[in-house]
Structure formats: C-alpha cells, structure tokens
Design a protein around this ligand. Structure first.
Ligand code: PGA
Length: 225
C-alpha cells in the first residue's frame, strides 16, 4: 500500500473544497487504484462537510489535518486538538517547515503533539527538513504507526524534485535511526509530470503533495501515475 497526501495549506473556501471532491469523483470515473490510499488535508473548518460528502459520494478518500494543538484540551484559545478531530481525521501533519518558520514550532511541541495524536489514534506525519533534523529532534516516536515526511524547505512550491539519491539516503538514515517499520513519505514539488519516478522508488511509502493537490485533475493524475 502506498499513500498520497494532499496538503491544501491555507487555500479554498467551502464551495471550492466541495467542488474539488465532485471533480475528484469524475476524475476517478474509470476506477481507483486499490494499492494507493488518498488522504486530503484540508483546513480544519471543512472537515465535517467534507467527511459527509466523501461518504455520500462513496469516494475512497480519507481526511487528515495540517496540524494539531500541543495541548490535549483546556484554556488554549484558537487551538484544535487531536481529541477533537479524531474520527474525522486519521492523520495529522506535524512540524511542517512552514509551521516552524511562521509559527515557531519547536521539537518540544512536536513531541507533545505526537503523544496526543497517538492517544487518540490519529497517525502522526512527522516532517523533517533534512539530516540535521535527525540530530536536532530528540523525537520520541512512541508507538507505531508513525510516518516520517522528508521535505527540504528549499524544494517546496516548485516543479523540480529533490535528487532521488538524496531522498533514498535520507530514507536509509531514518530507517537506521528509527524503527524499520516507520513509514517514509517524500514531499516537495511533486506534480503530474514527475510523480511516476517517485512511485517507482520502492523505499518510499508515499508522497505529500502541496500546490498540485489543489486541482482534482492534477491530484488524480499523480495518484494514477
Ligand atoms: P509543494 O508543497 O508540493 O507545493 O512543494 C509540499 C508541502 O509543503 O507539503
């Protein structure tokens, strides 16, 4: 089984999000590959309506969130916890480089988030920016399942992938450092034109797609590549 995550970031309103799912249904009219699991990470606000729409369209799609609170519950204005999204979202992206850059996310908060996600059975997708993060982050990955996402911030938002050799070396280092059973995801500048080569890399368990996940047609092309 290989995974494909669509990280919408701060994009779309409700009408656009809903149209995306109808378009996705049309793009999979000829069938959906059984060996691929597609997960959309929308803004939290849209989780409930999208969850209901996925059910009514019978789409083989799951939902995840782009972040969760480092606190389980309580007086933390503006925060949304894994406890709240559990049942709607099966995955949570943690420590994305944009969260670190713009919102001061630290290894300490990422560790807290991992623990809370595991408590509520939301699979953590822990983002690492490069080999230096392996040393910096004294990550306590806790129980499986955990997914490690490798994204070099220099390679986000473009059209050119990281060198596959670099991806595979990072994957090797992750597997040496953490359990072999940790799933390994690559993200950064993935699009319909370059996805095939990545699907062929056996060491990869999945792909995280940003800007090319905003159009149903391009996300479907990547999924079917
Ligand atoms: P990108 O973003 O596909 O637009 O490079 C990936 C990500 O940051 O999750």
């Amino acid at each position: 089984m290989k995974y494909i995550f669509g990280n919408w970031k701060e994009n779309k309103n409700l009408a656009e999000a809903s149209k995306f799912l109808s378009d996705l249904k049309n793009n999979f009219a000829l069938g959906y590959p059984a060996e691929r699991r597609l997960v959309i990470l929308p803004p939290n606000l849209f989780l409930i309506p999208l969850f209901q729409q996925i059910e009514s369209l019978r789409l083989p799609v799951e939902l995840g969130v782009q972040d969760v609170s480092a606190f389980e519950q309580g007086a933390y204005t503006g925060e949304v916890s894994a406890r709240m999204v559990a049942g709607l979202a099966n995955y949570a992206l943690l420590g994305h480089s944009e969260r670190r850059r713009f919102f001061g996310e630290t290894p300490g908060t990422i560790n807290e988030k991992i623990k809370i996600c595991q408590k509520y059975k939301v699979t953590p997708l822990v983002c690492l920016r490069g080999l230096e993060d392996l040393k910096l982050l004294e990550l306590n990955l806790g129980e499986l399942p955990v997914m490690i996402v490798y994204e070099d911030p220099q390679e986000i938002g473009g059209e050119k992938l990281s060198d596959p050799k670099k991806i595979l070396e990072f994957c090797r280092q992750v597997r040496l450092r953490f359990s072999k059973a940790v799933r390994f995801i690559y993200g950064g500048s993935i699009g319909p034109e370059n996805a095939l080569g990545l699907w062929q890399l056996e060491a990869l368990d999945g792909l995280l797609v940003g800007h090319h996940s905003l159009e149903a047609e391009s996300l479907a092309k990547i999924t079917l590549a």
